[in-house]
Design a protein around this ligand. Structure first.
Ligand code: 3UK
Length: 512
């Protein structure tokens, strides 16, 4: 891949402005319910927002801007506005609650926010506790006070904006990962990194065309979603179709309605969508990408039988920005994730960092044009060793260079493609008066990959019954994002601990 970039580079200029400058402004760029924007229209919207940010909201290059919205056109326009203005986009999952948003605002030292009006209550509560957040505007809200709405300012702003000439190595986005300790880490990615991921996997593995229509389910706050649904189509002048709600049923509807040809989603979603195989065979769908959790051979076979399409599996991470091991449709090997993406190198190493022979289980190590840079976090050295990124996954490489996924090496629960840190759910449960102690693990689940299971020790005087399960589940949902709640719960008399009092989570996986 061509990975030499000029010293001055702004990825928003490359992905958006370039198409307009080179005469492709009238091409379709973005569709959503009731919306159809060309590249020129997205550029005009982004420019208006960039003018509002810089002239009215006091943004200067390097400022970090919280973007919080479902996957919709204003979210995309805001992302490009921030990056064009030389700011740093910090997208947050739209389901996060005030406390989780507050942590992100504090870690990233967020000064500005552009958010969907539907999320106003949580953002306002977070803002009240975070003095660094100075200026917030909401979009897509009817009847917002003039002092809070973004659109009235956009209406008065110019649709022209000179994209800031950032350095290729300036940070343009912070991606948040939920670490095993429950405290999220921010990963820094440069303008150069965004262009590098566009030059590697999409060009060599996906090989989509300018007339392709991209669609998918992951939130744009997840770099899997941002890349697959926004950056990759725009890198080749193709278009995206955005869905605010993208469960399997809505995704099938969206593929049909928008004539989508390329879909990005998680294995869970393919298992459910496969029931609509006959319907999907009547659509234009031709390329299907799976990431976020391991794709097992049975799901691959199920989808192939239902739709005739071979899934492209790929492992990526927030730290690496996007996919670094994957395979082309014509090289699929059931049960394996694939081979190193052109531009990346991958190997399996032992505890000392020495490469192990083919066929031996070890830790996955990767290297390439992108890599882990945690913002102000001492955990950097856990991910990067001697220039190699250790993803926390156990893998085997076979003699042909195919990588076969084994397990997470830590306690991250991955449910329906969402990363859930066990200790964070434990913290949420412990805040309830009835809970004395608890431990959370990921339970294998055929639908969701894993589900959150909690082992709870109740305080004396509380009944261990179905009502209590419901009470605790609702309690967790009210303080952290609802997808993190424990779907399974056992009440136990005590938790397995070491002599020094450390919780032995692994013993909960095999109760015997
Ligand atoms: C796991 C997979 C097996 C693996 C991501 C594509 O998932 C993404 O980023 P996260 O930071 O999680 C990273 C971890 O998730 N994983 C992801 N894909 C696969 N395991 N097979 C797969 N195909 O444990 C990895 O270390 O949330 C995926 C693109 C961008 C991303 N951020």
């Amino acid at each position: 891949p061509e990975l030499q970039f000029p010293e001055r580079l702004n990825c928003a200029a490359e992905l958006l402005d370039r198409h307009v400058a080179e005469g492709r402004g009238e091409r379709l760029c973005l569709q959503a319910q009731g919306v159809r924007w060309t590249y020129a229209e997205l550029q005009a919207q982004a420019n208006r927002i960039a003018n509002v940010l810089t002239a009215q909201m006091g943004l200067v290059p390097g400022n970090r801007v919280l973007l919080c919205a479902p996957n919709n056109p204003m979210m995309v326009a805001s992302w490009f506005a921030v990056v064009k203005a030389g700011g740093i986009a910090v997208a947050a999952m739209p389901l996060l609650r005030a406390k989780e948003l507050g942590t992100i605002i504090e870690i990233a030292q967020i000064s500005h926010a552009l958010c969907d009006a539907a999320l106003q209550a949580e953002v306002q509560a977070a803002q009240a506790a975070q003095p660094c957040l100075q200026a917030v505007r909401y979009f897509n809200g009817a009847g917002l006070p003039a002092a809070q709405a973004l659109e009235p300012l956009m209406a008065q702003a110019s649709p022209h904006f000179d994209t800031v000439q950032t350095a290729a190595t300036d940070t343009c986005l912070l991606g948040f990962t939920s670490g095993t300790t429950g405290v999220p880490k921010a990963t820094m990615h440069f303008h150069r990194d965004v262009m590098a991921i566009c030059a590697c996997w999409p060009r060599h593995v996906l090989r989509a065309e300018p007339d392709d229509v991209f669609i998918g389910s992951p939130p744009l706050a997840f770099t899997f979603g941002l890349g697959g649904q926004v950056l990759f189509p725009m890198a080749i002048g193709a278009s995206m179709a955005l869905l605010e709600k993208a469960g399997p049923a809505q995704l099938v509807d969206g593929i049909e309605q928008f004539g989508a040809t390329v879909v990005f989603t998680a294995p869970t979603s393919y298992r459910v969508m496969a029931q609509q195989g006959e319907r999907l065979r009547q659509t234009r769908l031709r390329k299907c990408v799976s990431a976020g959790e391991a794709l097992n051979a049975s799901t691959r076979a199920l989808w192939k039988a239902a739709t005739g399409i071979e899934i492209i599996d790929g492992i990526g991470s927030t730290e690496m920005l996007h996919i670094f091991i994957s395979h082309r449709e014509d090289e699929a090997r059931p049960g394996a994730t694939g081979r190193a993406v052109p531009g990346y190198r991958a190997k399996v190493v032992d505890e000392q960092g020495q490469e192990v022979p083919a066929g031996t289980v070890g830790k996955l190590a990767v290297q390439g044009p992108t890599g882990c840079r945690y913002l102000n976090d001492s955990r950097q050295t856990q991910y990067v060793h001697a220039g190699w990124n250790l993803t926390g996954d156990a893998y085997v490489m076979d003699a042909d260079g195919y990588f076969i996924y084994q397990a997470r090496t830590d306690d991250m629960i991955i449910s329906s493609g969402y990363n859930i840190a066990a200790p964070e759910v434990e913290d949420a449960l412990l805040a309830h008066a009835a809970v004395a102690e608890c431990a959370v693990i990921g339970l294998p689940d055929s639908e969701r990959g894993q589900i959150v299971k909690a082992f709870v020790v109740l305080r004396p005087g509380f009944a261990a019954d179905a009502d209590m399960v419901k009470t605790l589940q609702d309690f967790v949902k009210s303080t952290v994002a609802p997808y993190k709640y424990p779907r399974a719960m056992d009440f136990v008399a005590q938790l397995p601990r070491t002599a020094t009092g450390k919780l032995q989570r692994f013993r909960l996986h095999s109760p015997a």
